[in-house]
Structures are given as C-alpha cells and as structure tokens.
Design a protein around this ligand. Structure first.
Ligand code: CP
Ligand code: NVA
Length: 320
C-alpha cells in the first residue's frame, strides 16, 4: 500500500487541463525564442543561458520511445543539465515496489522526473509522492508534451492558433485527449472525426463543454475537414492497447477506421492551405498514405523537432 497521498507542491507538468491559457502561452513563446536563439549551432552545444546547470532529469519508460527520450536528453544537455534513462522493467517499481516509494526515493537523487507509463494512475501517484517536478511523457490517457510541440508547429506554419480549426481523423486516443485539452486552453475549434467505437471518453467531451470549448465529434471525415487549418492523424491502435485488443480486436479497429485514413482525397477536401500533422511513429499506409505523409502539406518532422524546443521550455518552467 502507498502511504496517504500528499498535497502536490512541486511544479508538475501532468496535463494541459491543469494549466491556464496564459501560462501555456508563455511556455510556447519561450520555446519559440529558445529555438530561434540556437539557429545554426551544433546540436550538442550548450545554449547561451544554461539555467539547468547541475540539474538531473530521470526518465522512466514503461513503453518504447524514440522522440521523447532523445528530445529530453538533448534538451537537458543544451540547458546545461544531465539525464538518466531508466527502463521501467528493470526497476523495483516494475516488481512490486510502490510508485509512491519510488517517487520518494528518486526525489532524493534527481531534480525532475519524466514518466512514460501504461497506467495514467501511476503518473498521478508519482506526482503525489514526489517532492520534485514530475513530467508526463505519455500515458494511456494523454500526451501533453506532444501538444506543446504541436501547437508550436501549427503556429510556425499557420500563425496564431486561437480561433482556428483543427481536425483530428482517427481513434479518440491519448494524443486526441491532449488535443481536446489544448483546444480549450488555447482557444481553437477541434473537430474529432472518429467512429462511435473509438470516440474520446465522454467525460473528456463533458469537460470541454463545461469549459465552453469548441470540441465536436463529427462522424464523416469529409464534413469534418471542410475549412480546416490542419488535419491530424495518429496510430489506430495505441501502444497500451496492442496486447488487450489482440488480433481480432485490431482487425475490427482497422476496419472501423479505414474511412478516416488521411489520404490525398481527404487532404484535397481540407484545401491546399491545411497542414498535415502526426505525432509519429506513423504506420504508413494505415492512418496516413505515403503521398500525404511525404507531401508538401506535411509538417510531421517539424513537430518531431519541436518536441525538443517545447520540452526545454517546460523543463525551465518546472525547475526555475
Ligand atoms: N511522439 C512520440 O512521443 O514519439 P516517441 O514514442 O518516439 O517518443
Ligand atoms: N497514440 C500513440 C502515440 C505514440 C507516441 C500511442 O500511445 O501509441
């Protein structure tokens, strides 16, 4: 059993709904400033300012990662700090030690913890027991760091996101949930094109409504993309679902989502000014065709790059 949860005191970055719009806006603007300031510099070189000198980030991964791991490692390095990669399966954490005890131990060694977990509740428990900031590096429910990069990327391509329209086409998954949080906090309209069996959780839609957000479920992807500024796709089966869905479940998920694939026809309906976005990794030929992914409207590698800049901004916010 965990000890009773404490009141969270550190500056955690758990989910976007916990922030007000101006705080998130400041983080995005700071990320843009930091990106511009490093232009042309070798990737491993320090930033002009190194506010995280002497600080250490521990990253716990219960699931695979390319972007999250590498962007956090490079970000800490550029800011003057260090990182430690921890495979959740190798830790006592994966073998019976409670998340709360792990949080208290890590808080004695490191200055900030990032967790990628299969269980959102583990993130909450970690934050409740840690005395240092905890950052959500993806759970089965949300992926807020991705959305900081995505909002930044949208704005680099299309200008301020407030008042604009973004269309999600696919399963209402963890990344979609963070898009819903972002739509409300950054003030844009989000249309979620999805089949009934892969809709966002009803309480999430209820939250958006309560917050007066413009978030709508649209069943027809062609209706959803009319007049949109961006079309977003993600894998049809997320990492934490792969085992539980099995072969049959995966097949029926694919069948239900086939009409939501982002292909050339759907992008043409969105219009030539709409950008295509994807958090990656992509399953080419499933949720997106090669033509769209590699095409002129695609912003996917800018999104991947902006994970670095936006997370640096989050780290500085959390630690200074
Ligand atoms: N988008 C994203 O989080 O990628 P990784 O799984 O590679 O970290
Ligand atoms: N929705 C995907 C995102 C991967 C970065 C998943 O959870 O597998």
């Amino acid at each position: 059993m965990n000890a009773p949860a404490k009141v969270m005191t550190a500056k955690h970055f758990l989910d976007l709904d916990a922030f007000d719009g101006p705080t998130l806006r400041k983080m995005i603007d700071e990320a843009k400033r930091m990106k511009a300031a490093r232009k042309g510099r070798p990737k491993g070189a320090l930033d002009d300012a190194t506010p995280l000198a002497g600080r250490m980030l521990a990253m716990i991964f219960e699931k695979p990662s390319t972007r999250t791991r590498i962007s956090f490692e490079m970000g800490m390095r550029q800011l003057g700090g260090g990182t430690m990669f921890l495979d959740g399966r190798d830790m006592q954490f994966g073998h019976g030690e409670t998340v709360g005890d792990t949080a208290q131990v890590l808080s004695r060694y490191v200055d900030v913890i990032m967790l990628r977990t299969k269980r959102h509740q583990s993130l909450i428990e970690l934050a409740q027991h840690a005395t240092v900031p905890v950052i959500n590096g993806l759970t089965d429910k949300t992926h807020p760091c991705q959305l900081m990069a995505d909002v930044m990327t949208f704005e680099e391509h299309r200008g301020p996101i407030a008042g604009r329209v973004v269309t999600w086409s696919g399963a209402g998954n963890n990344v979609c949930a963070s898009w819903i949080h972002a739509a409300v906090r950054f003030g844009f309209e989000l249309r979620v094109a999805c089949p009934p069996e892969a809709s966002p959780e009803p309480q999430l839609m209820a939250w958006a409504k309560k917050e007066s957000g413009k978030v709508h479920i649209v069943r027809d992807p062609f209706d959803a993309v009319a007049g949109t500024d961006a079309v977003v796709a993600d894998t049809w089966v997320q990492m934490s679902e792969a085992d539980q869905l099995g072969e049959g479940g995966t097949r029926s998920r694919h069948n239900a989502l086939a009409r939501y694939r982002v292909d050339e026809r759907l992008m043409a309906a969105a219009g030539k000014d709409a950008i295509f976005m994807h958090c990656l990794p992509a399953h080419r030929g499933e949720e997106v065709t090669d033509g769209v992914f590699d095409g002129p409207q695609s912003a996917v590698f800018d999104e991947a790059e902006n994970r670095l800049h936006s997370q640096k901004s989050v780290l500085v916010w959390a630690l200074t």
